[in-house]
Each structure stands twice: as C-alpha cells, then as structure tokens.
Design a protein around this ligand. Structure first.
Ligand SMILES: NC(=O)c1ccc[n+]([C@@H]2O[C@H](COP(=O)([O-])OP(=O)(O)OC[C@H]3O[C@@H](n4cnc5c(N)ncnc54)[C@H](O)[C@@H]3O)[C@@H](O)[C@H]2O)c1
Length: 245
C-alpha cells in the first residue's frame, strides 16, 4: 500500500524540476497524477514517460495565472479521476534584475505567477475539497520567503507572501479537514537555476552542494500524506543550512 494509494494529486509545474520529481514519487506511492504546466512539449513527454509505469496520469496544459484555466484543471481532473485529494501548488518563475531598473510589468509578471497564481490554484483546490470532505495542499514558497537577497525583490516578496498565505488559508479551513502547508527550498538543481550559477550557489550553501529535486519530493510527500496529519499552516525549509546562517 503506497502512502498516497488511489489518491488523486494535481501537481502544477509538473513537467520539470521539483514538480516532476514529486510526480514520480507520488506515482510510486500509488497516486493518480494530474500534471499541469505551461510547457506542453515537456509536459506531454513526461506524461508518456509516466504512462509506462501507470495508466493513471493526465497532462493538462494550463497557465496558473488564468482563472478560467485553473477552473478547467480541476474540472478535467474530476471528470477523469473522480475527485482531487492532494494538490502540490508548485509552478513558479524566478528572475534576477536590479530593483531600481525593474520594469513594473516585470514585477507584475513575477508576482502574478508566484503569488497570484498560487492563490488561484489554492482557491480552486479549496472549493473542490469543501465539497469532497477535505484534502491536503502544499504550496511551494522558497527559503527566500524567509530572508532577502539582492536583485530578486519581486520573487522574494511573492515567496514571503506564499508563506503567510499558507498560514492564513490553513487557519481558515482547519475545521474543514483541509491541511495546507508550504515547502521552502534552498538552491535546488533544476532548470530554474542557470547552469553557470550552480557552482557559486553550491559554495554559499553550508552543505556545499545544491539540493536535489528528489529531496524536495520526499518532504512534499510527507506534507501531502497522513504522515503529517497534525501539521497545518507550517512552512518546511530544506536549504542545506542556508537560512541557519
Ligand atoms: N530550484 C530552486 O532552486 C528553487 C528554490 C526555491 C524555490 N523554488 C520554487 O520551486 C518551484 C518549482 O521550481 P523548479 O526549481 O522545479 O523549476 P522548473 O523551472 O524546473 O519548474 C517550474 C515549472 O513551472 C512551470 N510554470 C511556470 N510558470 C507557469 C504558469 N504560469 N503556469 C503553469 N506552469 C508554469 C514551468 O513551465 C516549469 O515547468 C517554483 O515555485 C520555484 O520558485 C525553486
């Protein structure tokens, strides 16, 4: 019996990095998985890869900043698999640019995906879970939701917002059997980090390496399953010691 046996899990940003590794782990724990991503090519290829292991996989191309597309994700998930039990609200973008020179449109774009999009997916998840009797949601924040860094004001503000959004929603729906937590990764070896930056980022991490997406997936599985049954409103940091400094 897997830890998510026969549960239906929606994973945004599921075509790449942390989302994809979490999908792989969820499938190995018995879940039916809905992969959501803007990147159709990568999403479809990954759907095919997982279909070699289980027939219970569906890729949906969607933009988490569109209310209509987010509603459609859940409508399709329910019509295919009958319900949604688990949501990994993980899609995000990161940009580094000096703040005094940052166009307002760039600020809006980052906050739109990294905070507004997370809210829209959480809202639709909760609407569904209120009807079905509950579920779990894990939002992806960042260690940069706890601390600052130069050149990433919009990203860091959005990720700080995700941590407090997580607390607030968790309190609002605690009595409805909906548990909501967040994962706060440090520097993780995924395509979001430019290849040329990886060595420097590993060297400023106390454990002297980048984290692996698989290491994040294990924490997300914990927070998504009954193993974390007394946990809600928390943000779990996995950063190789970075924010302990
Ligand atoms: N890798 C790291 O070092 C790190 C550190 C802290 C937090 N995070 C967070 O982890 C999450 C996953 O990132 P990752 O490292 O796996 O990066 P990634 O780039 O490999 O994956 C992110 C995925 O999100 C998708 N996406 C982006 N915007 C979208 C949108 N509007 N709608 C739907 N899908 C969209 C992308 O197409 C991509 O497949 C992000 O929220 C990121 O901010 C990553």
């Amino acid at each position: 019996m897997g830890k998510l046996q026969d549960k239906v899990a929606v994973i945004t940003g599921g075509a790449s990095g942390i989302g994809a590794e979490t999908a792989r782990l969820f499938v190995s724990e018995g879940a039916k998985v809905v992969l959501v991503d803007l990147n159709e090519e990568k999403g479809k290829a990954f759907e095919e890869e997982l279909k070699a292991i289980t027939p219970h996989v569906l890729f949906i191309k969607a933009d988490i900043t569109s209310e209509e597309e987010v509603e459609n994700i859940f409508a399709q998930a329910v019509s295919t698999f009958g319900t949604v039990d688990v949501v990994f609200n993980n899609a995000g973008i990161g940009r580094v640019h000096p703040s005094h020179d940052l166009e307002y449109s760039e600020w809006r774009k980052t906050v739109n995906v990294d905070l507004d999009g997370v809210f829209l997916v959480a809202r639709e998840s909760i609407r569904n879970m209120l009807q079905t009797g509950g579920g779990t949601i894990v939002n992806t924040a960042s260690m940069y939701g706890w601390v600052g860094s130069p050149g990433s004001a919009a990203y860091n503000a959005a990720k700080g917002g995700v941590i407090n959004l997580t607390r607030s929603l968790a309190l609002e729906y605690a009595d409805q059997n909906i548990r909501i937590n967040a994962v706060c990764p440090g520097f993780i070896d995924t395509p979001i980090i430019p290849e040329e930056d990886k060595q420097a980022l590993a060297s400023i991490t106390p454990l002297k390496r980048l984290g692996k997406a698989e290491e994040m997936a294990k924490a997300v599985l914990f927070m998504s399953s009954d193993d974390s049954s007394f946990m809600t409103g928390s943000s779990l940091t996995l950063d190789g010691g970075y924010t302990a400094q």
